[in-house]
Design a protein around this ligand. Structure first.
Ligand code: PMP
Length: 398
């Protein structure tokens, strides 16, 4: 039995099956590289599902976490830790607006807090989008627009209308003066990197402002530099959300989420109404500070834009029959295939030493670290035609 097989067997015996059988055990990572238990090396274009903003084991994160855990680990929300305040200030600085930050431990929890803020408006009705993904806790699941994930757990809380994503008129028709909040991802990540038509976010802002409804943007996947902006909505002129949810890239691999509220929305939650034991944990926040500072100091937003263009040009320019087009922004990209062979591409890529993800049957998602180098993009582009050939062949043989 190989080391990989041994881990897989232990996994079967001890872990609850949440995402299906894992494809392989990974034991080490450095930058974009990861190694499995058998010692095989891979270039990681999944990045913990858009989590590893700085790649694996980035020295700045390692140092920040080590120093903080050696200085002051978990305290409680009765007290204040320095990295927690610093991270909140740095986030607000990057939003360029006054507001308040509530830390938690995951994307779903960040959405739960937004749900509660919505309830505190005194209105019950909420609007979210079909195909949208916001997490798997009950409130976040109620807002998620994917019936297959919701049905086993019905009834879900809330009075939620799901409208087609990107459809301004459907949104206008659904939102009334009884609507507490509208929740939108600037790009639908889990649904297959779906980009709305230009002007959609601005229209959502206008519609919600007219009815006194909170505009909540779920930037769990698109935030923290992922799309080449600190936050994707900043790429859309004049769109100022009332609430933004963050997680994933924020902690550079440590579990942390944040709900950021602006203006009157920042005053809705009253002291004692909401919180979690680990929310604002100094170690996770120290990692977050390291991520924010490294993105700025190393010019990573520019790197994201540059490598994004190189990836899109290289993939679309490959002329391969399986490539339709590439959609997304920055380093959240979806290769739309001409046939529903994304699972085969994912397997062929893994066989060739590249880790990618298949969120939809015809979409291969790329979300590498924001630190990705020219050479790593080149390696991907060089390997891609062979991977796509292999996927076609596997399909033909199957
Ligand atoms: N919102 C969005 C947009 C997401 O992509 C995700 C996770 N894929 C979540 C919320 C939930 O985050 P978590 O898995 O950390 O609960």
């Amino acid at each position: 039995m190989t080391a990989n097989q041994e881990y897989a067997q232990r996994w079967q015996g001890a872990l609850m099956n949440n995402y299906g059988a894992p494809r392989m055990p990974l034991v080490r990572g450095e930058g974009l590289k990861v190694w499995d238990a058998d010692g095989t090396e891979y270039l990681d274009f999944v990045g913990g599902i858009a989590v590893n903003a700085l790649g694996h084991a980035h020295p700045a994160v390692v140092r920040a976490v080590s120093d903080q855990v050696a200085t002051l680990g978990q305290i409680s929300n009765f007290f204040i830790a320095e990295p927690t305040v610093t991270l909140a200030e740095q986030l607000l600085q990057r939003f360029g607006r006054e507001g308040r930050v509530l830390f938690c431990n995951s994307g779903a929890e960040a959405v739960e807090a937004a749900f509660k803020i919505g309830r505190l408006t005194g209105r019950r009705h909420m609007v979210a989008t079909q195909g949208g993904f916001h997490g798997r806790t009950m409130g976040a699941l109620a807002l998620t627009g994917q019936p297959k994930k919701q049905e086993p757990f019905a009834p879900l809380p809330g009075d939620v209308t799901h409208v087609p994503y990107g459809d301004v008129e459907a949104l206008r028709a659904a939102v009334t003066t009884d609507t507490a909040l509208v929740l939108i991802e600037p790009i639908q990540g889990e649904n297959g990197v779906v980009v709305p038509p230009a002007g959609y976010l601005r229209a959502a802002r206008e519609i919600t402002s007219a009815t006194g409804t909170l505009l909540v943007l779920d930037e769990v996947q698109t935030g923290i530099g992922r799309t080449g902006h600190w936050f994707e909505h900043q790429a859309h002129d004049g769109v100022e959300p009332d609430v933004v949810t963050l997680a994933k890239g924020l902690g550079g691999g440590l579990p942390i989420g944040a709900t950021v509220a602006f203006g009157a929305a920042a005053d809705l939650l009253q002291p004692g109404q909401h919180g979690t034991t680990f929310g604002g944990n100094p170690v996770a926040c120290a990692a977050g500070v390291a991520v924010m500072e490294t993105i700025a100091a190393d010019g990573l937003l520019d790197n994201v834009k540059r490598q994004s263009e190189r990836l899109i040009d290289g993939i679309e320019g490959s002329g391969h029959s399986l490539v339709g087009h590439v959609r997304g922004a920055g380093l959240l990209l979806g290769i739309v295939l001409t046939e529903p062979l994304a699972p085969q591409v994912q397997q062929a890529a893994q066989d060739a030493g590249l880790l990618v993800n298949a969120p939809a049957p015809d979409v291969v998602r790329l979300m590498p670290a924001l630190t990705i180098s020219d050479a790593e993009v080149d390696a991907f582009l060089q390997a891609l035609p062979g991977i796509l050939d292999q996927a076609l062949q596997a399909h033909g043989e199957g």
